[in-house]
Structure formats: structure tokens, C-alpha cells
Design a binder for this molecule. Structure first.
Ligand code: SAM
Ligand code: SF4
Length: 329
């Protein structure tokens, strides 16, 4: 098991498949992009599958989420999913994507074994999408969402970050749209993980503000702590259900005490927290002939030292060196 000194057990693995992206969301990356990882630094498809195999067969991981950067940019994605679906026990697999290219790939991903998808979409207005992502691809994301539903991935979730003065007036409209289309919407508080280090607490649209805005149009009933479990989203039934909405208050309502995550970066570093400033290099061991048991022992050691919390409320908090796009959001 991947247990830490506080007794938390990690069963949910986030795998970043690339640090590259075809959008430039202002809360994530600068307009010019970033210094991308060089190809030899990236784990190969086979190395990724081996790491997932070790996690699933030796370490008790039950859920694997592929992310990035933009994971649909990884040429071997379908093959990676297919190989992971053949593992025993088979992990549940999901993907977090900006949705560009999903129209073309959704059914092949589903056939390969992908169970669920989270598509990030922050606005229903194409011009606001352009301002937020610096690209004119709003229609591609909508088409990707439709393709995910058509391919039978359920529930299709939508991740939304609200930015003050840009899309913070859209919360009720987004929820109404999501309910109409059968998508499960989750609002995520903006976190200090942007490459530009531009995050300001005072600019952040808080979970409370989001709930107040939604409450002006909908009746929200909490689903309760038992349902939240280790899930970061607090969930509400909308107008009595069955539709629901989630709010991930990573900053103002942290869920560190129940965290069950472990993370693998595209260049083979294990991270025990999104906000950790330390990483454990497993790639060197992987490429030096380490056995599965040796790799598992290194992974366990990396998780053992996980801190109690993100440290966001500590005045001495420092952002991790890597931005969200390179850690894997
Ligand atoms: N490119 C894919 C996407 O956008 O879904 C996957 C990677 S992205 C880093 C994963 C999620 O992190 C997205 O839902 C995105 O909106 C969110 N995200 C990125 N930067 C963020 C930040 N500073 N605060 C909160 N969420 C952020
Ligand atoms: Fe790309 Fe996702 Fe970051 Fe937007 S949030 S720039 S889509 S990695």
C-alpha cells in the first residue's frame, strides 16, 4: 500500500502524459508557452504502462487518471489505455482533457477501455473562451463533449475555473447548460499553480461565492460528507436531483486530510502532493534495471513523507517549481 505517516492510503494515481498543450489558459500558462520537456526525458509508452502496472499490482492503486498538459497530444494514448485495461486487477481509467481532438478520438478511447472523461470548459461564450485560452477553439470543445457522450463515457464531467471579471458571471448559466446536456459540472477554485506566478488570493473566486451565485437560480441540497469521502468535490443535488453540481474548494475548503492521490509526472517523478516542493526520481531506477519490487519500494518511500496539508495557508507558502501543466492537474 502507498501509506503515509498520517495513515492516508493513496489509491488514485494521476499520470501526466505530456507537459505540452495546444491552449494557453491564462490561469495555467503564459502566451508563449513553456520550455517543454525534451523527448528523451519523457517516459516512453512502455515505461508508463510498467509504472501503472507496478502501481496497480504491487501498490493497491485502483483508479488511474491520465492528464497533462494536454493528454490527447500524446500519440500513444490509445495504446497506453489499452495496455492498462489489460492489467489485473483492471484499474478504473479516466482522462482530463481540454476536449480539443476528442471528437475524433472519443470512440477509439472508449473502445480501448477508457471509462470516464473530464473536459475542461470555462465559458459558454466563444469570445470569452478566446480571451481565456488565447485560442479560437470553443466549438471543438463542445464537439468533443458531444462525442464523449455519444461514445458512452458516463458521467461526462465538465471542469470550470471562474476568473474574476471574465467568466465569474456565468456560473448559473453554465450549470443550466450542463444539466440540459447531461454533463456533471464541477467548479474548481483557481490555485497558485500557474507558470507565471500571477495567482492572488484576492482575485480568486471562492467556493462560497460560487455557491451563492448558483443559489440565486437553483435549490442546492448537500449530498453530505459521506458522499464526498476522499473526493475533492463537495457535491450538491440541484433542485432535488438527479442533476448535481460539484465545487472543488482546494484553497478555501481543502480536502488534504482525506487525500488519496499519488502522482507521476511525464518525466518519471513521483509527487505525493500537487503542492509538494519535492519529487522522487523513479525514472533513473526504471532505466537502470530496477525490479518491480525495488520500484515499488521507492514509490512507497516517496509517499511515506507526504505532508499533512498543502501549506497554502502558511504565510511562508511557496509555489512548487513546476506549474500545474507539468505536474499533471
Ligand atoms: N489540459 C487538460 C485540461 O485542461 O483539462 C489537462 C490538464 S489541466 C492542468 C487539468 C485541470 O486543471 C483543468 O481542468 C484546468 O482547468 C485546471 N487548472 C489549470 N490550472 C489551474 C489553476 N491554476 N487553478 C485551478 N485549476 C487549474
Ligand atoms: Fe492546457 Fe489544460 Fe493548462 Fe489550459 S489548463 S493551458 S488546456 S494544460
Amino acid at each position: 500500500m502507498l501509506i503515509d505517516t498520517y495513515g492516508r492510503v493513496a489509491t488514485d494515481l494521476r499520470v501526466s502524459l505530456t507537459d505540452r498543450c495546444n491552449l494557453r489558459c491564462t490561469y495555467c500558462m503564459p502566451e508563449e508557452g513553456l520550455q517543454w520537456l525534451a523527448k528523451p526525458e519523457l517516459l516512453t509508452d512502455d515505461e508508463i504502462v510498467r509504472m501503472v502496472r507496478i502501481a496497480v499490482t504491487e501498490l493497491g492503486v485502483t483508479d488511474v487518471r491520465f492528464t497533462g498538459g494536454e493528454p490527447l497530444l500524446r500519440p500513444g494514448l490509445t495504446g497506453i489505455i489499452q495496455a492498462c485495461a489489460a492489467l489485473g486487477p483492471r484499474p478504473r481509467m479516466s482522462l482530463t482533457t481540454n476536449g480539443i481532438g476528442l471528437r475524433r478520438t472519443a470512440s477509439a478511447l472508449r473502445e480501448a477501455g477508457l471509462d470516464r472523461v473530464n473536459v475542461s470548459l470555462d465559458t459558454l461564450r466563444p469570445e470569452v473562451f478566446h480571451t481565456l485560452t488565447r485560442r479560437d477553439r470553443h466549438h471543438d470543445v463542445l464537439a468533443g463533449l458531444e462525442a464523449a457522450t455519444a461514445a458512452g463515457m458516463a458521467p461526462v464531467k465538465v471542469n470550470t475555473v471562474l476568473m474574476r471579471g471574465l467568466n465569474d458571471d456565468e456560473a448559473p448559466e453554465l450549470l443550466s447548460w450542463a444539466l440540459d446536456h447531461g454533463y456533471e459540472l464541477r467548479f474548481i477554485e483557481q490555485m497558485p499553480l500557474d507558470a507565471q506566478h500571477g495567482w492572488q488570493r484576492t482575485d480568486m473566486v471562492t467556493a462560497d461565492e460560487i455557491l451563492t451565485a448558483l443559489g440565486s437560480r437553483f435549490r442546492l441540497t448537500p449530498e453530505g460528507e459521506s458522499v464526498r469521502g476522499s473526493a475533492p468535490a463537495e457535491r450538491w443535488l440541484v433542485d432535488g436531483g438527479p442533476g448535481r453540481v460539484g465545487v472543488i474548494g482546494s484553497v478555501t475548503r481543502p480536502f488534504c486530510r482525506a487525500c488519496d492521490r499519488t502522482r507521476l509526472t511525464a518525466d518519471g517523478q513521483v509527487r505525493n502532493c500537487l503542492f509538494a516542493r519535492e519529487e522522487s526520481d523513479l525514472r533513473t531506477a526504471l532505466r537502470s534495471g530496477a525490479s518491480d519490487a525495488e520500484m515499488a519500494a521507492l514509490w512507497k518511500a516517496a509517499m511515506w513523507g507526504k505532508k499533512a496539508g498543502s501549506g497554502l495557508d502558511d504565510p511562508a507558502f511557496l509555489q512548487p517549481e513546476r506549474p500545474m501543466s507539468a505536474i499533471g492537474g
